[in-house]
Design a binder for this molecule. Structure first.
Ligand code: NAD
Ligand code: TYD
Length: 334
């Protein structure tokens, strides 16, 4: 029986990963360590909370006393926990440095002390910074440009240093932008879909020409599993679907799927230091036998219908602290 410690498993990708792993493996135990920040939501795993193979622990990855016994008991650690929203990192970087960098250090130290079969450090394509043309390879230099991506680059390289220095069996998936069910409604696709469902404006930063490579979340989960099972110690694996779309294309796709008017498109002040384009060379992960299952069209249809059918899930989130954040973030434009 394999014992996984998943951190940040109450968030978007972590919860999808836990559900994905439980649906595919019977001989598995998963402990989910999550602080339940604004982005962590127990509702994301309601359907499996009674599963005997699953256990939830509320706690902070920065707290060594909490982390130590959980890592001691685990065969594999997957560190999804992070502050993950670029806009919030621009407004207040503090928690990004604390959780993304220091929290990763605490987990690595516990893993070094107790030994693990694998330490999977979930990284991001944003560590490379922006690229005008061509594709980033795993060996390209890191030029992160937001406090978020810089904190993730710090964690990514710190994990690598534990491989080089202590021979900790670290692997590092760097995925592109994910989309799909259970994404907190502050990121482009989840925010715009839920706003459009309520006939509210869709705030497009700058000209809307910024490009991301969109990956359906369960395809990312399969990729993370491939890296965990078949990746080589100390190696980085880019994970992307090659679905390069600019924000205008994404916005129009959402409006079309929902039958909503383009008059909801609202151009607002650009994000500070807004990266123009992210794009990945995925030859290496494909050599592990991974490829995305969802086309962009199917993935978007599935995503938009999920938010349409699960209004109660996101309506709760778009209140309280969220509204305060949203109002102050967009106050000049909306
Ligand atoms: P998310 O914000 O939805 O979830 C993060 C989770 O981490 C939440 O459940 C939160 O409660 C938890 N958390 C935060 N601080 C914690 C702490 N100190 N201790 C314990 N738990 C804590 O993020 P996500 O979109 O699911 O991203 C998951 C990971 O994937 C992150 O590491 C992110 O950098 C990376 N990533 C995300 C994307 C994307 O498109 N969302 C793309 C590439 C990489
Ligand atoms: P986001 O989902 O925040 O992901 P990231 O910045 O980490 O790639 O944003 C994706 C793109 O959408 C990015 O170019 C910024 C843009 N965007 C908007 O235009 N308006 C918004 O309200 C948000 C949240 C994002």
């Amino acid at each position: 029986m394999r014992k996984l410690l998943v951190t940040g498993g109450a968030g978007f990708i972590g919860s999808n990963f836990i559900r994905y792993m439980l649906s595919r493996h019977s001989d598995i135990r998963i402990t989910n360590l999550d602080k339940l920040t604004y982005a962590g939501n127990p509702d994301n795993l309601r359907d499996i909370e009674q599963d005997d193979r699953y256990r939830f622990v509320k706690g902070d990855i920065c707290d060594a006393d909490t982390v130590d016994p959980l890592v001691r008991d685990a065969d594999v650690v997957l560190n999804f926990a992070a502050e993950s929203h670029v806009d919030r990192s621009i407004g207040k970087p503090d928690d990004f440095i604390r959780t993304d960098v220091f929290g990763t250090f605490v987990l690595l130290e516990a893993a070094r002390k107790h030994g693990v079969e694998r330490f999977v450090q979930i990284s991001t394509d944003e560590v490379y910074g922006s690229i005008e043309s061509g594709l980033f390879k795993e060996t390209d230099p890191l030029m992160p440009s937001s406090p978020y991506s810089a904190s993730k680059a710090g964690a990514d390289r710190l994990a690598f240093s534990y491989y080089v220095t202590y021979k900790l069996p670290v692997v590092i998936p760097r995925s592109s932008n994910n989309y799909g069910p259970y994404q907190f409604p502050e990121k482009l696709i989840s925010l715009f879909t839920t706003n459009a469902l309520d006939d509210k404006p869709l705030p497009i930063y700058g000209t809307g020409e910024n490009v991301r490579d969109w990956l359906f979340v369960t395809d990312n989960c399969e990729g993370v599993e491939a890296v965990m099972e078949r990746g080589t110690d100390g190696e980085v694996y880019n994970l992307g679907a090659g679905n390069e779309k600019n924000n205008l294309e994404i916005t129009r796709t959402i409006l079309r799927e929902l039958g909503k008017p383009e008059s909801l498109m609202t151009f607002v002040r650009d994000r500070q230091g807004h990266d123009l384009r992210y794009a990945l060379d995925t030859t290496k992960i494909r050599s592990l036998g991974w490829e995305p299952r969802h086309s962009f069209e199917d993935g978007m249809k599935e995503t938009v219908s999920w938010y349409r059918d699960n209004r109660r899930w996101w309506e709760k989130l778009k209140s309280g602290e969220y509204l305060e954040y949203y109002k102050s973030h967009y106050k000049r434009e909306l």
